[in-house]
Design a protein around this ligand. Structure first.
Ligand code: NDP
Length: 335
């Protein structure tokens, strides 16, 4: 079986690639960077015959995937802009997210396509309503949608965080709309993870190139003061998220569902700081002392990660393992 993974040279995409390869799939990764594709291939010599990369530079053009679908049985669509240092939110975040979905879905629906399932990385950003304070004990599930309007998302006065939330919501909606209106031969599964942390499997040249979510954890290790504030209290390790993607691809019953892969353990950057100080001697000097330590994170709402554990058979790693594995790797090989 041959799976196309978009965003394959990114943080989550590379873990998805590794999970598929370990299960015996052949993988075609799409990337904007031929160099990163070559680096990933060179780092996996044992999979030389099972892994290839294609370069798709610009999502905003239509038909960019059409010539790369030959022989592909399934798609995991991970790619979408996730950075917050923008100059034009609509052009850099929202349109590429939506057009990327349209491009990959229409390429997958072309006559002759054998594709039966598409798994898409959406985000908890398309689920959470940051404008409301949920009642105590409230649990977000895959039935919830962020109420943000398109007008607010593209408003130049909106922050890049708001625009990013819109990019994920409207890209995911574009995917469900495609299924409804085009009735393609494949079905769709969307995954809406909250913050994703953990060691990297993709090429990271330097600290400045670390992906957005892990960069926040590294900031803590590097002495951020004040510590970053957690926008959501929920998270998942990238290795567990990769397993959720692949299980969502191979389990027939997952079809047409929207899942939230999320650890049951809430997180905070204060808790991350405690873990780093406890584990690494060097971090006792670098991590700021200017915070209240020893406090387990309290979440103002819950997130239904249990459905993924039950229906996709995913076991969640601890926040401690995720933080230690990333920070050790960054300190020893990147910083
Ligand atoms: P990365 O920045 O590491 O990966 C993003 C990937 O998307 C990269 O492979 C990148 O390609 C590709 N990409 C970005 N912009 C474009 C574009 N304009 N055209 C084509 N490709 C593009 O971040 P993550 O791995 O964390 O993010 C992957 C997905 O997971 C995204 O959909 C993101 O929204 C989602 N997500 C991430 C969370 C997190 O906390 N990390 C939380 C929830 C969802 P290239 O490698 O070629 O640069």
């Amino acid at each position: 079986r041959y799976v196309l993974v978009t965003g394959a040279t990114g943080f989550i995409g590379a873990h998805v690639v590794d999970n598929l390869l370990a299960k015996g799939f052949s993988v075609r990764g799409s990337t904007r960077s031929a160099k990163k594709g070559e680096q990933m291939k060179a780092a996996r010599p044992q999979y030389a015959d099972k892994l290839d990369f294609v370069v798709v530079e610009d999502f905003t053009k239509t038909g960019v995937f059409d010539s790369f679908m030959e022989g592909i049985d399934a798609v995991i669509h991970v790619a979408s802009p996730f950075f917050l240092d923008t100059t034009n939110n609509e052009q850099e975040l929202i349109l590429p997210a939506i057009n990327g979905v349209k491009s990959i879905l229409s390429a997958s629906a072309k006559p002759g396509s054998k594709i039966q399932r598409i798994v898409m990385t959406s985000s908890f950003a398309s689920v959470v309503d940051v404008s409301s304070t949920p009642a105590p004990g409230f649990v977000y599930t895959g039935a919830n949608w962020n109420p943000l309007t398109y007008e607010t998302a593209v408003d130049p006065a909106s922050t890049s965080v708001i625009a990013y939330r819109g990019s994920k919501k409207f890209a995911e909606l574009a995917a469900w709309d495609f299924i409804k209106t085009e009735k393609p031969q494949f079905d769709l599964v969307t995954l809406c993870p909250p913050m994703v942390f953990g060691p990297v499997a993709h090429p990271v040249a330097d600290i400045a190139s670390l992906n957005e979510s892990n960069a926040s954890l590294w900031l803590v290790a590097d002495g951020a003061d004040p510590l970053p504030g957690a926008r959501v209290p929920a998270w998942i390790d990238a290795r567990d998220l990769a397993e959720a993607h692949v299980q969502a691809l191979i389990r027939p019953d997952a079809g047409a569902k929207r899942f939230i892969p999320a650890s049951p353990e809430p997180f905070s950057y204060e808790y991350a700081a405690d873990i780093m100080k406890e584990e690494f001697e060097w971090a006792r000097d670098s991590v700021t002392a200017n915070y209240k330590g020893g406090v387990k994170p309290q979440a103002s709402y819950e997130v239904d990660g249990a459905t993924v554990a039950r229906e996709l058979g995913v076991t969640y790693r601890s926040f401690q393992d995720s933080v230690i594995d990333l920070i050790k790797q960054v300190k020893e090989t990147i910083a």
